[in-house]
Write a protein that binds this ligand. Structure first.
Ligand code: GUN
Length: 284
């Protein structure tokens, strides 16, 4: 193996220690940072995610509320809950776990969250703020990827070419914006891009966020490149794996994030950071 690992668990621990300090300082001033997590329905993966988010809050000294609702909840009922949480002074961040049941319009629900409490960074106002360089909340997964780059000394990316594979609203697009804000040259590809390898071989940084195994193989990576794997898939043996052919790519890349233990823990960590940030803005 030639690549060095970027350890998301270790970096998370470090950042969560800072989060705990900031939470304690706020609490001492009478403002306990609070996150509300809403889960509608019984998607098994979502149940695990929300449990982990609530536990992370408790571990770092944040107040958290988990609201679980039956899949039959109406859109109007959900909007009414968000309205109440928007006005609740004990709650600084609101997260509605996606996907929602089909009869509920995701976009309408996200837009109902006050931008001041949009700690997921999914509101149009947060996405727009990121695009024009104003203060807003950054989407947690790409924000975590940026922190991983920073941890290996890649904060200012001037002169670097980053290739993002994937163009989802929650990872690919905000990732591209954050890389641009860090002065990188950015190419955004997707699974239908012609000769994807020709693109990725030019990259100093590749971020794979498609949700499909082996999207990035060793022949597609420039020696020494940094590879960030956002994927969360299962291989034939049922083992968790990313979008990157880790065994092959680690022989070529300079740095690589593992799955599990890479981007995954960073997503929750950045949610905590955003919630603290929301509470600090509120207390300012
Ligand atoms: N579903 C998958 N990822 C996420 C996320 O980061 N936030 C929310 N709210 N739902 C998700």
């Amino acid at each position: 193996m030639t690549a060095q690992l970027i350890d998301g668990n270790a970096l998370s621990q470090q950042i969560r220690a800072e989060v705990a300090q900031r939470a304690a300082a706020l609490t001492a001033r009478g403002v306990k940072p609070g996150l509300a997590v809403i889960l509608v329905g019984d998607n098994p993966a979502s149940q695990v995610y929300v449990r982990n988010k609530v536990k992370a809050c408790e571990d770092s000294g944040l107040h958290s509320v988990l609201e679980k609702y039956d899949a039959a909840m109406t859109e109007a009922e959900l909007l009414a809950r968000i309205d109440a949480l928007n006005r609740d002074p004990a709650i600084h961040g609101i997260l509605v776990q996606l996907p929602l049941p089909k009869h509920i319009d995701d976009h309408k629900v996200i837009e109902a969250i006050s931008p001041a409490k949009d700690v997921d960074g999914f509101h149009v106002s947060s996405a727009g703020a990121l695009m024009v360089g104003e203060v807003g909340f950054k989407a947690c997964t790409p924000y975590g990827c940026m922190k991983m780059l920073e941890s290996i000394g890649m904060k200012d990316l001037r002169g670097k070419h980053a290739v993002v594979i994937g163009r989802s609203n929650i990872v690919g697009k905000p990732m591209a914006m954050m890389l641009l804000a860090a002065n990188a040259t950015v190419t955004v590809c997707h699974s239908g891009t012609a000769d994807l390898g020709a693109m990725t071989r030019q990259a100093d940084i590749v971020v794979a966020a498609v949700g499909k195994r082996n999207v990035l193989t060793a022949d597609m990576v420039r020696p020494g490149a940094v590879v960030i794997d956002v994927g969360m898939n299962r291989n034939d043996a049922g083992k968790l794996c990313g979008d990157v052919d880790f065994d092959g790519v680690k022989e070529v890349a300079g740095w690589i994030t593992p799955v599990p233990g890479g981007v995954g823990p960073m997503t929750i960590t950045m949610l905590l950071v955003n919630t603290i940030e929301a509470a600090e803005r509120c207390a300012a």
